[in-house]
Design a protein around this ligand. Structure first.
Ligand code: ZN
Ligand code: ZN
Ligand code: FE
Length: 757
């Protein structure tokens, strides 16, 4: 009996080879009818004998192209129409299209094998791609996603490419970036004076990299600065030219085998390294790795990624198996992504430039991930993930959330989707601000979002806050920083109702005008009350106290020992730090540039300085990162601390922790043991505070968020102990726990406050 099925599919189903897939699948099941793209997704009419139809329908989700993300799949059976064959019909053009856009995708196996097949006409062609792989988000200028609305527009396809593009059975059917050596983009190698270097650009670049030079290489989302990762001299000079003292560089390894030579890689880490998103994965470094010291000084980890563009594969299949591939910028500026801009901005760093002439429309840094509890734990969500949305449990109005200051991302919502932007960077200069503003406009156009409200951080000095407040005629909601952290974690976990939110962080503006960061909130998607926090201490010098952990060490020491601090026989005192105390004391007493803070990040800084690990940092979080790194994970003991219960908010006083650390130091206990014990203590603090709050508030769900939870040891200990104490624990995985995630929380809270009251 002939049946007809009408099938509607939404999700990421366009621009990733879905129609040719359906076409070929239909023919293999003797299906008649048609497929087309419309404003919602893919629409199919399929007609055949009953059994064929059933198999066809079952095979769609089962065999869909790897990049497809099916969100909904509707099937309706109806009367046969009498089709005679199967065809791909022309897309329906409508007024307001809203489709999901694919992120950029790592080179697929089929393209890779063509890349290295000598007789193939794309042999060693650095821009080979197909519907299963290649650039997407970074080259799209407008929608619908069609070649003339991407930066591929200037390249007119040759007859061969055009033939593939029009052939429904071909892997390159409607592959918008389709190209070959005769019609597509090409490479050009130039020296820092702008003179072209003769010869094959890839061969020549490899030759130069082998000699220890630094090359700016244009990639998918921007420029990388590359050098031989095993050459300490090259890596050191890259460091000094980039004004980047210690912050680790990422390395790109040829393949898994090479990655294993330098790092321990577990199963989930391997899966993540090989995933189509190809993020940087932070791995435990092997002691005998040949990677140069200057690549990641003072680290026991290494950020590793595998090649994700054809050019990367060509570069790493020569004599060099590992390259430093760090963002093409000076210190914390945004990554360079235009040829002219790179020429001027990176001239003082790069000896050579490997350019190509396919423009990057949206810059997008490499994403950075770790693995926690056998799942990805995303620290920087950008290239490969963006602009895939975070799916929410219920639909939202269209909200613009402008995020924080450091590691800024913005977020735009529509229906059940939260479009969390690519990593914008630290909103501290005009360049980043421009990139932030352009990014917002671009996302609004791509997803047809016209915000009905704006949500922003309470900090009055953040450029993201000022930007939000400057938007005319829209309702605005200021959101407390740590509430945003907690709700961002709730949103990604799809939970609502009241929870205990543990937001441990460096800095966030509190509702009382002080700086928060060691917060326990009774929170839901709309509101919160602060139910416990770390005891407040002065932060003499304000932002200086963040860059100079010795300041916080002195503050905590004097709180614990008063004048007796001078008699302490510990290296921190012996190297003369106490001499600076008078200065700090005057600032504190005179209330000069001295905010008060309950920040957990500052307590980690203080311990790091007390242990003589870091008195001053040269990148955000360095003191705490190096403290985590040395921690003895076997230690079971903890330091005592006080939890003052009375009227909420409860206050956690760490003075005894400081006394204990100092006592251990004078007894000659190793830094490694002290750090391990300190981490255990903070985990204990979290559990005991949550237990006290559970009694008070009758809440059993704990949500962990905030920058301090980038510390995997603390996250691990806290999660385990909370579960042992019977709590249900929620952590981040897809959305960063640092300030890169707060725009999501802001958007949800903004919606709740304005539209759900
Ligand atoms: Zn491909
Ligand atoms: Zn061609
Ligand atoms: Fe934060």
């Amino acid at each position: 009996m002939t049946k007809r099925a009408v099938i509607g599919i939404t999700g990421i189903v366009q621009g990733i080879g879905f129609r040719p897939f359906i076409y070929n699948l239909a023919r293999s099941h003797s299906i008649r009818g048609w497929v087309l793209n419309n404003e919602k997704g893919v629409f199919i009419e399929a007609e055949s004998e009953g059994g064929n139809i059933d198999h066809f329908i079952q095979d769609i989700p089962r065999l869909a192209p790897p990049l497809a993300r099916i969100e909904t799949f509707d099937v309706r059976l109806t009367e046969p129409y009498g089709y005679t064959h199967f065809e791909i019909r022309k897309s329906e053009e409508t007024q307001e299209k809203f489709v999901l856009i694919s992120p950029d995708v790592a080179t697929c196996d089929q393209c890779l094998s063509e890349l290295f097949t000598p007789h193939n006409f794309r042999h060693r062609y650095p821009f080979i791609n197909c519907t299963l792989c290649g650039p997407r988000f970074t080259i799209i200028q407008a929608i619908p996603y069609d070649r003339h609305k991407t930066t591929m527009k200037p390249f007119k396809m040759c007859p061969v490419c055009q033939g593939e593009y029009e052939d429904p059975s071909n892997r390159r059917f409607h592959a918008q970036p389709n190209a070959c050596p005769s019609c597509g983009p090409s490479l050009e190698l130039k020296d820092s004076q702008g003179q072209e270097v003769p010869g094959n650009p890839v061969e020549k670049a490899l030759d130069l990299l082998g000699k220890g030079t630094i090359i700016a290489i244009k990639g998918i989302g921007g420029f990388h600065l590359a050098c031989d990762a095993k050459n300490d001299k090259a890596a050191s000079s890259l460091r000094s030219r980039k004004f980047r003292e210690d912050k680790p560089f990422a390395v790109m390894c040829r393949d898994m085998e090479e990655a294993r030579k330098h790092c321990e890689v577990n199963q989930e880490e391997e899966r993540l390294l090989l995933s189509v998103e190809r993020p940087i994965v932070i791995l435990r470094r092997k002691k005998d790795s040949a990677i140069a010291h200057a690549v990641a000084p003072y680290q026991d980890t290494l950020g590793v990624m595998l090649p994700y563009s054809p050019l990367h594969h060509l570069l790493l299949n020569g004599p060099l198996k590992t390259l430093v591939m760090t963002s093409g910028n000076i210190s914390d500026d945004p990554i360079a992504y235009k040829n002219d801009e790179a020429k001027s901005r990176l001239r003082a760093i790069a000896d050579y430039f490997l350019f190509h002439n396919r423009d990057i429309h949206m810059r997008s840094d490499d994403s950075v991930t770790r693995v926690f509890e056998e799942k990805p734990y995303i620290i920087r969500r950008s290239r490969g993930y963006v602009p895939f949305p975070v799916k929410l449990s219920s639909p939202l109005k269209m909200i613009l959330a402008t995020g924080g200051e450091l590691k800024n991302t913005f977020c735009l919502t529509r229906d059940q989707y939260a479009f969390l932007s690519h990593h914008i960077g630290d909103l501290e200069n005009l360049e980043t601000l421009t990139s932030f503003e352009e990014g917002i406009e671009h996302f609004k156009r791509l997803f047809y979002i016209e915000p009905e409200a704006v949500a922003y951080d309470l900090h009055p000095d953040y450029l993201s806050t000022k930007y939000a407040l400057s938007i005319p005629d829209l309702p605005k909601v200021g959101v407390q920083h740590h509430h945003a952290h907690i709700v961002s974690c709730m949103a990604e976990n799809g939970i609502e109702g009241d929870v205990i939110g543990v937001a441990l962080d460096g800095t966030g503006f509190g509702t009382d005008g002080t700086i928060w960061g060691g917060e326990f909130l009774k929170a839901n998607l709309m509101d919160f009350t602060r139910v416990a926090h770390l005891k407040k201490v002065p932060m003499p010098g304000s932002s200086k106290a963040i860059k100079e952990p010795w300041r916080m060490a002195l503050v905590y020491l004097s709180a614990a020992f008063g004048d007796e601090a001078q008699d302490l026989r510990i290296p921190f005192i012996e190297r003369g730090n106490l001499k600076k105390w008078d200065l700090l004391k005057r600032a504190i007493q005179g209330k000069i540039n001295t905010p008060w803070t309950s920040s957990m990040g500052r307590l980690f800084d203080a311990i790091s300085s007390l242990l003589s690990i870091r008195d001053e940092v040269n990148y955000e979080g360095q003191a705490a990162i190096e403290l985590e790194m040395i921690a003895d994970r076997e230690i079971k003991e903890t330091y005592p601390f006080y939890l003052f219960k009375g009227e909420p908010p409860f206050v956690i006083d760490p003075t005894e922790v400081i006394r204990g650390v100092v006592r251990n130091l004078t007894e000659g206990v190793s830094n490694s043991k002290i750090s391990g014990k300190f981490h255990r203590t903070i985990a204990r603090m979290i559990v005991e505070t949550c237990e006290a709050l559970r009694k008070e508030e009758e809440l059993n769900r704990v949500v962990l968020s905030g920058g301090v939870f980038q510390n995997i040891l603390l996250l691990f200990l806290a999660t385990r102990e909370l579960r042992e104490a019977g709590f249900e624990v929620f952590t981040h995985h897809l959305v960063p726990t640092n300030d890169g995630g707060i725009s999501l929380g802001q958007a949800v809270i903004g919606h709740m406050r304005l539209f759900q009251m």
